[in-house]
Design a protein around this ligand. Structure first.
Ligand SMILES: Nc1ncnc2c1ncn2[C@@H]1O[C@H](COP(=O)(O)OP(=O)(O)OP(=O)(O)O)[C@@H](O)[C@H]1O
Length: 257
């Protein structure tokens, strides 16, 4: 297995509050890694630190290169990020918004070429948003807009994709579709870190899970192990039922403890 990304003792503070307390994890090529944990555990802070959006201590490597050695454009080509609840306030047409995902590939004064157009089409087809391409994003439903924003992140065609709660506002059909899109993206040899709250989707579609709790990495491994009864009880304060799936156990949150 080849590593796509790793963090070493990653720490971050927000307004002097220590939020990440030394997280070391790694992402393999071809892997979907689910980043899970209760509200406030530090998941968004971790992906924002990896995306270079907040100051941090510790090291981040992409393809074994320290990200600190990459310029902004190169970092944006290597790592695509979809923020939690990403929105556009401007009535830009959906296709134009997706095309913004190609900006890291364009030099100053360069116009998009055939390869950029093809990447935009691929991303829109994957996210199932071709039907909205000529509509202003401000006139789409929340779930439709969320898929357009995902298409923008996919259009970068970066080796590493970071997505923060990509299924949050989607109906069950599109939740499954987006998880299949992320799976397909990784199966092509790219890598995904997805912040997820839905433990059944996480256990079904992710290769491994990183469980954050109070800024620490509480568990890291295959879903069945990370979502063991003891972790569910201690960290999530729930019990679960389990079902056999293609990749191991699928965990269905069942009762509060
Ligand atoms: N700007 C801020 N200043 C101070 N503390 C913050 C700030 N933003 C977030 N926090 C705190 O940092 C902690 C981690 O927040 P973060 O958003 O990373 O959690 P999360 O795991 O993504 O949570 P959720 O599942 O609720 O989205 C929380 O306790 C939160 O209250």
């Amino acid at each position: 297995m080849v590593r796509a990304l790793r963090t070493e003792n990653l720490k971050a503070a927000l307004n002097e509050r220590r939020v990440l307390r030394g997280v070391s994890l790694e992402l393999q090529k071809g892997e979907v890694l689910g980043l899970i944990g209760p509200n406030g555990a530090g998941k968004t802070t971790l992906v924002r630190a990896v995306a270079g959006l907040i100051p941090h201590e510790g090291d981040i490597f992409i393809d074994e290169e320290p990200v600190a050695s990459l310029d902004r454009r190169e970092r944006a080509r290597r790592l695509s990020y979809l923020a939690q609840g990403a929105e556009s306030r401007w009535p830009i047409l959906a296709e134009r918004l997706v095309a913004l995902g190609r900006l890291p590939h364009l030099g100053p004064f360069m116009r998009p070429g055939a390869e950029d157009d093809a990447a935009v089409q691929r991303a829109m087809e994957r996210a199932d948003v071709m039907a909205f391409k000529d509509r202003p994003v401000t006139r789409l439903s929340g779930g439709e807009r969320a898929r357009v924003m995902l298409a923008r992140a996919l259009a970068v065609e970066a080796p590493v994709l970071l997505v923060d709660e990509p299924t949050a506002s989607l109906d069950p059909y599109h939740q499954l579709q987006i998880m299949e899109v992320l799976r397909g993206f990784a199966d092509e040899g790219r890598s995904v870190i997805a912040v997820l709250h839905d433990l059944s989707l996480a256990s079904r579609f992710c290769d491994r899970l990183a469980l954050l709790h109070e800024g620490h990495l509480a568990a890291f491994g295959v879903p069945g192990e990370v979502l063991c009864d003891a972790n569910l009880e201690k960290i999530y304060r729930i019990s679960a039922r389990r079902q056999k799936g293609e990749r191991g156990e699928i965990v269905l949150p069942w009762a509060r403890l």
